[in-house]
Design a protein. Structure first.
Length: 103
């Protein structure tokens, strides 16, 4: 588990992140220029890596002919000049960290 800071709406929020953590968000295929109605709601994605310049997520989605395909996207990008401070990628909207109980 890694403690990072996330920059969102001109505030810095501390967060814990780890590989395999479950996340829900809205995926914007064309970034901020995505047309209305083209957004894809992702109910459950998992974090691939917890450190590095870019933190990626992976999820399953329906592709051509209703086949399941694995989608990958950058989730957090490190901000320049700030150690351990990240911002959400332009393709991510309304992120929500799903808390799992450790039994």
């Amino acid at each position: 588990m890694r403690r990072i800071k996330i920059f969102i709406d001109n505030t810095i929020i501390p967060a814990d992140i780890y590989a395999g953590q479950k996340i829900a968000f809205i995926f914007l295929p064309a970034g901020r220029q995505t047309a209305q109605g083209r957004e894809q709601v992702v109910h459950q994605a998992s974090v691939d890596n917890e450190n590095g310049r870019v933190i990626n997520v992976t999820w399953q989605a329906k592709g051509w002919f209703n086949r399941l395909v694995t989608r990958h996207s950058p989730f957090l990008r490190r901000m320049l000049g700030q150690p351990d401070t990240y911002r959400f990628d332009d393709n991510i909207a309304s992120p929500e960290f799903i808390q799992e109980r450790a039994d």
